[in-house]
Design a binder for this molecule. Structure first.
Ligand SMILES: [Zn+2]
Length: 81
């Protein structure tokens, strides 16, 4: 699998470490209930389609990058230029 690093271009998956999906967390002021936290922490990716993920390019630019990947096909959307 080639991963389109926005800094280095397409590179082999072995050059990266997966950091997980980007999650939108509930407010940290104590107003969110347990269901909101459960959805935020465990619900990402269940609906399918492309989701934003973070990847660390340890063998290249040594940057954390956010990329969108389709969960069914594993195809990455083109990195922003
Ligand atoms: Zn890179």
């Amino acid at each position: 699998m080639l991963i389109p690093c926005p800094n280095c271009g397409p590179r082999a998956e072995e050059e990266f470490a997966f950091g997980g999906p980007v999650r939108e967390l509930p407010p940290l002021d104590g107003t969110a209930d347990a269901k909101a936290w459960h959805r935020a922490l465990h619900g990402a990716g269940r609906a399918g389609g492309a989701l934003p993920e973070v990847w660390y390019h340890h063998a290249g630019c040594e940057c954390w990058v956010t990329l969108r990947r389709d969960l069914a096909s594993h195809a990455f959307e083109k990195a922003p230029t």
